[in-house]
Every structure is written in structure tokens, then in C-alpha cells.
Write a protein that binds this ligand. Structure first.
Ligand code: FRU
Length: 523
């Protein structure tokens, strides 16, 4: 088996896969127009998110030979604005240590790794090797951490000959997030081991020392823990520094859907402690948001809010979604904000300003009466199907409100808002193609901010997805949809003492219409 993977990993085949992928039109049915998706074949988690010389790099879990998950590679795309992407040749392929699972990338500004050539600062990718042969033989030690470095700003990588962190006897031991810890002047690796997070430190990115663990008794444990992400943030309300630890929890069992949970607290260089009195929280209420991690940025400390990217899918049905010739898209990159005060700090996530720059002229309506609908204005640019919709809801009583996104062939998504229970329910069972998995039709529920009579709602629709940002991202819900025609109208069913006003609907220009999206040369 390993031999055939090595063959897939052969450079010739990789380039052939890349060339074949370049045939994508990016105008296929359900093709996201303002989100990144690979030209062809399978994609899951974002990996190695790093900004180098102002340019954003997105590596991703990729199977270049199939639309179903398999021997993982790191695909690669580059952007100057986090919206328009150019797909690059595959960055990392499986080798005799295993397939290339999720991980991160750093720039070795300190020249600590000994991998620099003269003044060049290498980009070092640290990822998980997953040994499928050892897994088939039922061995426990199937995951170790490998490293590769790039001297051409993340375009091509040279692997280090052996893993930099061996498996300590734990079956799931993966998804290292590496960052420079300026306070302790060493590298920090945050990694998951089945049901908890472990922290390791290093002086040179090659030899790692175990420091501590976190989480066996905290948070949700309905599935395996994956893709940890520790970031330091300044609270917008208290102006103080806090550490936020995010962990994805895989879906397990018939009801668990998985998702991204987070903990707020303090990392002291060795150990993470939750704020006393705080609880684990969910980052998102949709089913289609997973493995979210933040960009490593140029500046230390970072000047702007962290930017988060999540995979817009769910392991429950990811291998069955009906898209072709690709499967898997990223959600919109989101600015993260830490609001509130200890011990009830919470993350808020909202689209980047760069998204608004894709707006075509829109339509505004001061008020829309119950029972009426507003059609989306046509885009003046080609390859439409993406819209940026916002409105205000004023709730004067406790009555529920209902609105629906609809198309011309009778398909719809219903959005119910229940102010009394501070709850939003999204129903997509009549949204089009839903029968590829029974669980896809389950209603999605979000807890809304309490005690407000005025709510701000923004919905980004993109052919096969909708992302709802409630009250500037205090609650977010991401859901895939596969209608036969793009949704093109909003129906306000209304509700007792609820008013929908200040409606604005902008068509969004396709990020793919102005470029091929997959140039082989450097952008
Ligand atoms: C999360 C995940 C990671 C793993 C990768 C494999 O979606 O399961 O834990 O590294 O995907 O593709």
C-alpha cells in the first residue's frame, strides 16, 4: 500500500494532478464564488496558515487523486487580500513516514533551526505524519510530527529526514500548532492527544520537550479532539491580554455533530489554566464549520485582530456532498474579537472588510412588511450567485419571527427567531439536495445574545452555503445548501411585534471571474 502512495507522491503525477485541476471553470453548479475551494478533488482542514512578506498562504488537507479523503497531501493557495486565491502546486506529499496530516507553518526569524541559508529566514512547516500501514497493523504509534522547510517563501519544501517528535504511545497524537513565544523566547507546540491538549517547547523547532497537558476534564468530549489553536488576544471591553485555546471536537455517534469549542484563560509559558468560573464555549452553531485555525502573522505582537479560517463541512457527510469536480470549501476568513469580561469572555467572529469590496451596487429597503418578499438585485458581473444581505430586527414582544431564503423552484431555508428563548433555528430540509445523508436535514439551533430588543443580522449566501452573523458575530451559524437554483429572494413571514427594517442586499462579485484561479507561476 505504501508503495502506491509513494507513487502518487511522485512529482510527475503531482504535476499531472495539478494540471488536470487547472481545467476547472469555477462556474460549476454549487461552486463557491467568494470562498476558496480547490479546482478539483478533495479538501479538508486549513493548514500552515502564515503570512509571508504581506502575502497570505493557505495550505490544506488535500487528496489530489480523489473526491474522497485518502492519503493526505498539503495543497497550497496564495492570496494578497484573503479573498482572491491562486492555487499553487502541491506543497507536501506522503513519504515513507506516512501521509501528511494537519499542522502549521512558522517563519524562523530567529535563525534558531539552523536551516537558514545566509540571511534567508526559512519557513518551517510542522505537521503530523499518519502511518496508514501501521494503522492497518493495529499499532498504537501511528502518528508522529514531521517538519519541512522552505527557502523560497513557502512555495517548495524540503523535508527533514526523520520526525521531530516521536509518538509517545498515544494513538491520536496530531495537528501541531507551532508559534514563537516571545515571552519565554522559545517555540511552543500545542498539539492534541485523543481527549486533551499537550504543550511542548523547543529552542530549535527540531527537539521538543513536553511541558504540560490540558483538558481531560474540561469541555466537550463527545468525539476525538483535533486541530488545537492557542492565541493571545486583547479583550475589546477590558483591554487586557487573554489566552484563548480552541479545539475542534470530531462528530461521534449518531447525534454528536462535532464543532469548535474554546476555553479562555492564561498560558504562562508552560501551562494553560482556564479562568476560574469560566466554561468551555462553542465558537459556531452551524454544522459546517470545523478545524478552524488562525493565521500566523508578520508582526509580533500582531497589530490587527486574528483572522480565523475553518473548513466549511462536517465529517458526518463530507465525503457525500454532491459537488463536482471538487469536494470541500473553506468558510469565509473571519476577524476574531474577544468581548465581555472574565469569567464570561466570548469570541465574536465577523467577515473581513475585504468582503465588502466585492459588493456590486445593492438594493436598500427601509422596511419590509410581513408576508412580503425582497428579490436579490442582479449582479452586473459574471458568475453571480453570492450575496451580502443585512437587516435589523426590532422585537417589541416575545413573538417568534420567521424569514426564508427562497429560489424560483420552490426550495427554501427557513430561519426562525425566538426572542423569548433567545434561540435561532435554521431549517434546511427543503433547501434542495438533502438526501445524501439523513442528518443533513436536522434543524440547526443557535443561542442568541440575551436581553436585546434590536438585533443586527448579516447573511452571506454563496451558491452552496450560507453564513449567518448575528449581532456582529456574537452568534454565527454556517450551513451548506445544495439548491437546484441559487437562492434569489428573501421572504419575511413576520411575527408578532417584530419588525424587519434597514434591509440591504448586495450581489458579490465572484473572486474567480477576474482570474483563472490556478496559475502555475508565482502571483
Ligand atoms: C480534522 C482532521 C485532523 C487530521 C486531518 C486529516 O478534520 O481529522 O485531526 O489531521 O483531519 O485529514
Amino acid at each position: 500500500m505504501r508503495i502506491s502512495w509513494l507513487m502518487i507522491a511522485g512529482y510527475g503525477l503531482l504535476m499531472a494532478a495539478f494540471d488536470a485541476a487547472c481545467g476547472a471553470s469555477y462556474d460549476e453548479m454549487w461552486r463557491p464564488q467568494v470562498h476558496y475551494s480547490p479546482p478539483a478533488m478533495w479538501m479538508n482542514d486549513p493548514n500552515g496558515l502564515i503570512q509571508i512578506d504581506g502575502q497570505y498562504h493557505l495550505y490544506f488537507q488535500h487528496h489530489p487523486a480523489s473526491k474522497v479523503w485518502g492519503p493526505m497531501h498539503w495543497g497550497h493557495a496564495i492570496s494578497n487580500d484573503l479573498m482572491h486565491w491562486t492555487t499553487m502546486p502541491i506543497a507536501l506529499a506522503p513519504d515513507s513516514h506516512g501521509a501528511i496530516f494537519s499542522g502549521s507553518a512558522v517563519q524562523d526569524r530567529q535563525h534558531s533551526s539552523g536551516l537558514s541559508v545566509q540571511e534567508d529566514q526559512p519557513i518551517v512547516a510542522i505537521f503530523t505524519y499518519h502511518d496508514h500501514e501501521a494503522e492497518a497493523a493495529n499499532r498504537v504509534e501511528i502518528e508522529s510530527q514531521g517538519a519541512a522547510y522552505s527557502l523560497d517563501k513557502g512555495r517548495t519544501f524540503q523535508k527533514l529526514p526523520s520526525p521531530v517528535l516521536a509518538n509517545p504511545g498515544k494513538r491520536d497524537f496530531r495537528d501541531p500548532q507551532v508559534q514563537w513565544n516571545a515571552a519565554s523566547h522559545q517555540w511552543l507546540m500545542t498539539i492534541v492527544a485523543t481527549d486533551h491538549v499537550e504543550f511542548y517547547t523547543s529552542a530549535d523547532l527540531k527537539k521538543w520537550n513536553y511541558e504540560s497537558e490540558f483538558g481531560r476534564e474540561q469541555g466537550d468530549h463527545s468525539g476525538v479532539w483535533e486541530c488545537p489553536n492557542l492565541i493571545r488576544m486583547t479583550g475589546v471591553d477590558d483591554g487586557e491580554a487573554h489566552d484563548v485555546l480552541m479545539v475542534s471536537v470530531g462528530p461521534k455517534g449518531p447525534s454528536a455533530r462535532g464543532g469548535v469549542q474554546y476555553f479562555t484563560g492564561r498560558f504562562d509559558g508552560q501551562r494553560f489554566r482556564m479562568d476560574p468560573g469560566s466554561h468551555a464555549q462553542w465558537l459556531e452553531y452551524g454544522t459546517d464549520y470545523y478545524a478552524a485555525v488562525t493565521w500566523n502573522r508578520d508582526t509580533t505582537p500582531p497589530e490587527s485582530p486574528p483572522v480565523l479560517l475553518g473548513w466549511m463541512n462536517n465529517w458526518l457527510y463530507a465525503t457525500k456532498v454532491p459537488t463536482d469536480p471538487w469536494r470541500g470549501a473553506m468558510a469565509l476568513p473571519r476577524n476574531l474579537k474577544l468581548a465581555g469580561r472574565t469569567p464570561t469572555l466570548r469570541l465574536e467572529a465577523s467577515p473581513l472588510q475585504a468582503l465588502t469590496e466585492l459588493r456590486d451596487p445593492g438594493r436598500h429597503q427601509d422596511r419590509i412588511d410581513a408576508g412580503q418578499w425582497a428579490s436579490f438585485p442582479a449582479s452586473t458581473s459574471p458568475m453571480s450567485g453570492a450575496y451580502d444581505i443585512s437587516f435589523q430586527l426590532t422585537m417589541e414582544g416575545d413573538g417568534e419571527a420567521l424569514l426564508a431564503l427562497e429560489n424560483g423552484v420552490g426550495q427554501s431555508v427557513g430561519i426562525e427567531i425566538d426572542p423569548l428563548r433567545a434561540k435561532m433555528t435554521v431549517r434546511r430540509h427543503t433547501s434542495g439536495h438533502v438526501d445524501f445523508d439523513a442528518r443533513f436535514s436536522d434543524p440547526l439551533e443557535a443561542a442568541l445574545p440575551l436581553g436585546r430588543s434590536e438585533h443586527d443580522v448579516r447573511i452571506i449566501i454563496d451558491r452552496s452555503s450560507m453564513e449567518i452573523f448575528f449581532d456582529n458575530g456574537a452568534a454565527t451559524l454556517t450551513a451548506q445548501v445544495f439548491p437546484d437554483e441559487s437562492f434569489d429572494r428573501l421572504r419575511w413571514v413576520g411575527g408578532a411585534d417584530v419588525h424587519l427594517h434597514d434591509l440591504a442586499i448586495y450581489p458579490l462579485r465572484s473572486i474567480w471571474s477576474s482570474q483563472s484561479g490556478h496559475e502555475a507561476e508565482n502571483p
